[in-house]
Structures are given as structure tokens and as C-alpha cells.
Write a protein that binds this ligand. Structure first.
Ligand code: C5J
Length: 224
């Protein structure tokens, strides 16, 4: 079959893919636990409304990937019911209103299978889309994601999701170290801290894309 190249107008320079079949969309942790009151993000004292603003943009990119039959992977931060995969250091950190495993208004905080740990309804995975539960901030830590991407023939990741400087940046750095070419979609990611988002976008694309590229969703949609 003929290769179908893709070029996205990105910073610090165009993001080029020899064949778009090597591209996947990685949507990080668009879960009620981070976007809705009563979840993990709110328990840490954050204003979750900031994160809700990107939902329509993430949905537009998701729909474009679905329309083009390109692979979509959703990650979900959460722990087993017995918390055996939650390091004590993660649970005991800080002085949150509720800790991981405590019962909140949407079920147990950051526990897999609980209502609050599910995806926001607008971004629910479609049948056939890969869902990767993860116990850490990085999507490659104890998930098998690398092998799954290899099986799909994916070498280039377009990344969306929350939060920019925590799970998104950690995942992007992990992917970069594993040889993936990564582009972070600027208006399809958000942080509870606007200044951390700005800093993350700048640091990933600095030094000639040392971690990767950034581009607005409009540029991604245009290229697709
Ligand atoms: C955090 C995440 N912030 N998905 N998780 O704890 O960024």
C-alpha cells in the first residue's frame, strides 16, 4: 500500500510522519476524578473547572481520529480495590481532604471501577479503543503500553489530556525515551495551574524539540 504522509504545522518545526498509519492519539486520564467536584483533583484542593474547558477540543480531535480510522488509546489513572498497586508514599503524601481509597461522593477516590474513576461521558472510549489503566503518573509504568503500541505499528503519538505537567508530561518523557515521536496538542491539554501548562509546553519543545512538538488542535485537524 502507498504510504500516506502527514505534516502538522507545529513548534519548534513541522511534525512529519512518513505514513499516518504509524500515528495514534493518546488521551491521558480524562476522568471524573480529575475533572469533577468530589474526585481526586478536588480533594487535593484544585479548581477542577479549568480542566473541563478542554473537553470539546479533545472530543473534536477524538472524532477526527475515529473518522479516519486511526488508533485511539485512553489511559486511566487508578488503583486496584485493595490498593496493592498504590505505593504508601503516594497515598500518604500531603494533607488532602480525602486520600486515595477513601469514600467520596463518586465512590472511592482514584480506585478502578468506581464511578468517579471513569471517563467523563463526552470522552468515553468507543468500542475497540484501547483503555490502559495505570497506577502511576506515566502511562508506560507497569502497563504494557509499549508492547501494545509496537503491536499496532505506532511510532508517533499525538497526546491530549490532563494534567499537563503531571501525567501528560511524565508520559511524554517516557515515550520520548522509548523512541516515540510525540506531539502535545496545546489546547487539548490543561493544568490546574496555568503557569505550569505554559512552562511545560515551552520545555518540551525547547532545544529543537528535546521532548517533542506542540501544536494547536486546529493544526492537527487541518493536517488529518
Ligand atoms: C495527577 C494526572 N495530577 N492525571 N494525575 O495526579 O495528571
Amino acid at each position: 500500500m502507498t504510504a500516506r504522509p502527514l505534516e502538522i504545522a507545529a513548534r519548534p518545526y513541522p511534525f512529519r510522519v512518513a505514513d499516518r498509519d504509524a500515528v495514534a492519539l493518546l488521551v491521558i486520564d480524562m476522568q471524573r476524578d480529575f475533572l469533577e467536584p468530589g474526585g481526586f483533583g478536588a480533594a487535593l484542593g484544585n479548581d477542577v473547572k479549568r480542566l473541563q474547558r478542554i473537553v470539546p477540543t479533545v472530543r473534536r480531535v477524538l472524532d477526527a481520529f475515529r473518522d479516519h480510522g486511526l488508533p485511539v488509546i485512553h489511559t486511566k489513572e487508578g488503583h486496584r480495590q485493595d490498593l496493592s498497586d498504590c505505593p504508601p508514599a503516594k497515598r500518604s503524601r500531603g494533607a488532602p481532604g480525602m486520600r486515595i481509597g477513601d469514600v467520596g461522593p463518586m465512590g472511592r477516590i482514584l480506585v478502578l471501577g468506581e464511578p468517579g474513576n471513569d471517563f467523563v461521558p463526552e470522552l468515553a472510549p468507543a468500542p475497540g479503543e484501547l483503555v490502559v489503566p495505570k497506577p502511576g503518573k506515566g502511562a508506560f509504568y507497569r502497563t504494557g503500553l509499549d508492547a501494545r503500541l509496537a503491536a499496532l505499528g505506532v511510532s508517533h503519538l499525538l497526546i491530549a489530556g490532563v494534567t499537563t505537567e503531571v501525567c501528560v508530561q511524565t508520559t511524554m518523557r517516557e515515550a520520548n525515551d522509548r523512541g516515540y515521536e510525540c506531539l502535545l496538542i496545546e489546547d487539548a491539554t490543561e493544568s490546574y495551574f496555568p503557569e505550569f501548562k505554559v512552562a511545560t509546553l515551552e520545555m518540551v519543545r525547547a532545544q529543537g524539540a528535546i521532548i517533542g512538538w506542540t501544536a494547536p488542535a486546529a493544526a492537527v485537524l487541518e493536517a488529518l
